[in-house]
Design a protein around this ligand. Structure first.
Ligand SMILES: Nc1ncnc2c1ncn2[C@@H]1O[C@H](COP(=O)(O)OP(=O)(O)OP(=O)(O)O)[C@@H](O)[C@H]1O
Length: 585
């Protein structure tokens, strides 16, 4: 399945801003009361601002021209009170919407992170961590900026414009139409230019993701970079990504500023039209006070429009960011569950039935593979590098599903188990075990609720009972030995030991060791061999190893090569096959 977000965005159907906005609002539907309250505050604010010119015009015509200064004072008092209330509503809307923005940011980040937890390994194979981090951090913040800072002004501007437009038309329909006419040209221009502005912003966000991916890759591999002195290579790569970002940022800046001059131009044209037409109208039933009020309304109509020019660009950026976020939110895992009511059979623990598998849309790696593994036995998977051993093990642990065919666990389709149940039954020690920041104890108990409340003494007893005491003794501070993120503070062999203890303590029905002893000295390896031999009788072991001495006690050896899995016979036969590079018959 294609999970590559950058490819998906190229194939994505164009969605309208309105439908994108609807989807976004669904996500924050619990904010409806706050949004409603903020909208009321915005409308009150706009109404007060709109009444101002009317009162001023009336004051000039009625009181100023007739020198009734008491009336002027009263009007000034009313205006001051209105401005104070407007100030209050302005504060209220900013506070309310700021909260909405932050809560939306919180909800969105949680939603994306939770979705990431649900997506399959395929998704992580096809996307770079840096780009994903950029989506979680940067893109969500673009939405927050729009919601907490721009949306209030956005709605306020539209409300003020609508009100001012109505006043313009009511006071004088012809003059009103002349004042509003340039707006039509602005609308046409905005409709044509907006998709380009959004695309340009989307390219900019993508390049931020690309830069973040470069940083992440070089930080993850800093040892190799230093050892091979490839600093210049990565500097160049980062320089390219940074340059790309610089170029797209310049384009986005240009695109975002394209509205302002055009809007300003048409605003000025409208004001000029009203002024000329208005002066011509004085004496034809149009008073000076009314003209002043009229010009104020034209300003009230076109000033928010200038603001809208900037806000509209913010909106386009937010929508581009939302597209990138909703791509992740819209993904579903390809590891679907199926119903299987068969009873669990006891003889065969695991079976591959005509399994075909390929990564993503690539060529097939496993071709029509069928084999069985019985309860309590030890199986070895041997074969040349790249032959498909880890792929086979990954299918057993259901990191992927076959493209065709079935994997059965206890006689039941492995897809019918829920995740908890399956991971209880299968322990997997990966080629490169990953450890989390914390202690040896935290890492051993990772994903194992059984002993989470045990004291150190009780834990040590559990470890001793599982024959793991000699492994724990290798760590200076025992269970309290600290482990840094990724486990860089301890050796690779020690990491493998922790991963080994972690898997064994889960008491799985099936334990897969993928090159799990490759970095361990011969004495400790022997120790691990003894522990494996003393696992509970029901435990089936699957050992992938290049060092063939580690599999000499295996009950059955499977030779995995060119995507085929077949019985190798004895250890000597397997060695012969390896030496001759023989394919399975
Ligand atoms: N995530 C992946 N995406 C695409 N192809 C992959 C992926 N992982 C492995 N492959 C390909 O699948 C094939 C089998 O790889 P696999 O890791 O299963 O081999 P292996 O027998 O375990 O090798 P090794 O002994 O080196 O560990 C190889 O050609 C490899 O390039």
């Amino acid at each position: 399945m294609n999970y590559n977000l950058n490819k998906l965005s190229e194939q994505a159907e164009k969605t309208s801003n309105l439908s994108a906005l609807k989807k976004l609002l669904q996500l924050i539907s619990n904010e409806k009361p706050t949004l409603l309250l903020a909208t009321v505050a915005i409308l009150v604010n706009s109404t007060l601002n709109l009444l101002g010119p009317l009162i001023i015009g009336h004051t000039i015509d009625t009181y100023v021209q007739q020198k009734q200064y008491h009336g002027v004072l009263v009007s000034s008092g009313i205006l001051l009170a209105m401005y104070l209330v407007a100030l209050g509503t302005s504060y209220a809307q900013t506070k309310l919407m700021g909260g909405v923005g932050q809560r939306m940011l919180f909800t969105l980040r949680n939603a994306i992170f939770n979705k990431l937890q649900l997506l399959p390994v395929d998704f992580f194979n096809q996307n770079k961590a840096g780009d994903l981090i950029s989506r979680v951090n940067n893109d969500t913040d673009k939405l927050n900026q729009f919601f907490s800072q721009s949306l209030v002004q956005f709605i306020g501007s539209i409300a003020t414009m609508t009100g001012a437009g109505i006043f313009l038309l009511i006071i004088h329909i012809q003059l009103g139409l002349a004042a509003i006419a340039p707006m039509v040209l602005i609308l046409i221009f905005t409709t044509i230019v907006s998709p380009w502005v959004k695309r340009t912003n989307a390219r900019n966000l993508k390049s931020v993701g690309g830069m973040s991916a470069e940083i992440q890759e070089s930080l993850n591999n800093f040892k190799v970079i230093i050892a091979f002195n490839r600093r210049d290579y990565f500097r160049k790569r980062f320089d390219d990504a940074n340059r790309q970002n610089y170029k797209t940022a310049i384009s986005a800046g240009l695109a975002n500023n394209v509205f302002m001059p055009v809007y300003s131009f048409f605003s000025s044209v409208a004001q000029l039209t009203v002024l000329v037409y208005g002066i011509y109208m004085i004496g034809n039933g149009f008073s000076i006070g009314l003209l002043i009020a009229y010009l104020s309304y034209v300003t009230l109509f076109y000033n928010p429009l200038r603001q809208l020019a900037a806000l509209w660009a913010n909106f386009q950026t937010a929508m581009a960011a939302w597209d990138r976020i909703s791509q992740i939110l819209g993904l579903e895992t390809n590891l679907i569950s199926v119903a299987d009511t068969k009873a669990e059979s006891s003889a065969t623990l695991l079976e591959f039935k005509n399994v075909h598998f390929g990564y993503a849309n690539d060529h097939e790696i496993l071709h029509n593979v069928s084999f069985k593994m019985e309860r309590g036995k030890t199986y070895a998977l041997v074969g040349p590098t790249g032959g498909g051993k880890t792929t086979t093990a990954s299918l057993i642990a259901r990191l992927y599903d076959p493209n065709k065919g079935t994997v059965l666990l206890n006689g039941k389709d492995i897809r019918s188990y829920d995740d908890d149940e399956r991971s209880q039954k299968i322990g997997f020690i990966l080629q490169e075990p990953f450890l989390f920041t914390g202690t040896v104890r935290d890492n051993i108990l990772y994903g194992n609720p059984l002993y989470k409340d045990h004291t150190t003494e009780q834990m040590e007893q559990v470890i001793a009972d599982a024959n793991l005491g000699s492994l724990l003794a290798i760590f200076d501070n025992g269970l309290d030995t600290t482990v840094s993120s990724g486990g860089d503070s301890i050796s690779l062999g020690q990491k493998q030991l922790i991963a080994f203890m972690r898997a064994v303590l889960r008491n799985p029905d099936l334990l897969i060791l993928d090159e799990a002893t490759a970095n361990i000295d011969t004495i400790t390896e022997k120790l691990l061999g003894d522990i494996l031999n003393n696992l509970p009788a029901h435990t089936t072991r699957v050992i992938i190893a290049h060092r063939l001495n580690t599999i000499e006690n295996a009950d059955e050896i499977y030779f995995v090569n060119s995507g085929e899995v077949g019985r190798a016979g004895s250890l000597d036969d397997a060695v012969n096959m390896l030496l001759k590079g023989k394919r399975v018959s």
